[in-house]
Ligand binder design. Sequence first.
Ligand SMILES: NC(=O)c1ccc[n+]([C@@H]2O[C@H](COP(=O)([O-])OP(=O)(O)OC[C@H]3O[C@@H](n4cnc5c(N)ncnc54)[C@H](OP(=O)(O)O)[C@@H]3O)[C@@H](O)[C@H]2O)c1
Length: 230
Amino acid sequence: MTSKKILVTGGNRGIGFEICRQLAEMGHQVILTARTQDKARQAQEELAQLGFIVQAEVLEVDKPTGFAAFAQKLSDQYQHLDVLINNAGVLLKDKLDFQLVDEATLQQTFQTNLIGPILLSQQLIPLLQKSQAGRIVNVSSFLGALSRMGGNYTAYRVSKAALNAFTLHLSMEYPDLIITSCHPGHVQTDMGGTTAPRTIDKGAETPVWLATASDVLTGKFYFDKEVTDW
Ligand SMILES: NC(=O)c1ccc[n+]([C@@H]2O[C@H](COP(=O)([O-])OP(=O)(O)OC[C@H]3O[C@@H](n4cnc5c(N)ncnc54)[C@H](OP(=O)(O)O)[C@@H]3O)[C@@H](O)[C@H]2O)c1
């Protein structure tokens, strides 16, 4: 297996941390990013204690003004990047209802779940195009699937629906890259809650597979390594 250089956003906890752990275990070169130096270093140390070495970097997904400098730093360091995993996300739980949702909730949700992934992809695509087979994996949700749309979770649902639209759009802009979205399942993280049915390692499985497997189709929405309806 060839070792890939893979950048993960929101890598300090939850599904993102487990994605980093599984990728490092497979022998890939992981760039774990988190929104503060402390969080990035702490996650790096936790992985080191498990025997995995990763690079830790600060990346605030809702602060796109830093993206160009971040991309420059990466390209100074590396010839190419193989995979960007847009994993960081928020589900702000106190304003879930359409009746309650406010501008601040919409702004933060869209900034993190949609605008960040769009602008980060824009900055990193030149480096991804230098890979033999560059990829972007957007960690989305069934809550944003048009085919499963329901009530409640207004900001989150619409942000993930738009993230899926972005995936499809970008796959057409860049046929040389493999660009996918996925639903990780309802996972036992801070976001998913302790009663969620799925373990974190199972939740990380499909994003890891989309980043590394040979038979992945671009412009598709995946659940459990299978193409599913948007
Ligand atoms: N858990 C589920 O059941 C479930 C289901 C469907 C989809 N998803 C998706 O899976 C992804 C991971 O979710 P999770 O369950 O692991 O959530 P989580 O446990 O709440 O972790 C979220 C991660 O995103 C990071 N993050 C949030 N805002 C950020 C920002 N502005 N800049 C950088 N990092 C930021 C968090 O960093 P901090 O520690 O700094 O807050 C944390 O590392 C999300 O995109 C989520 O929407 C989850």
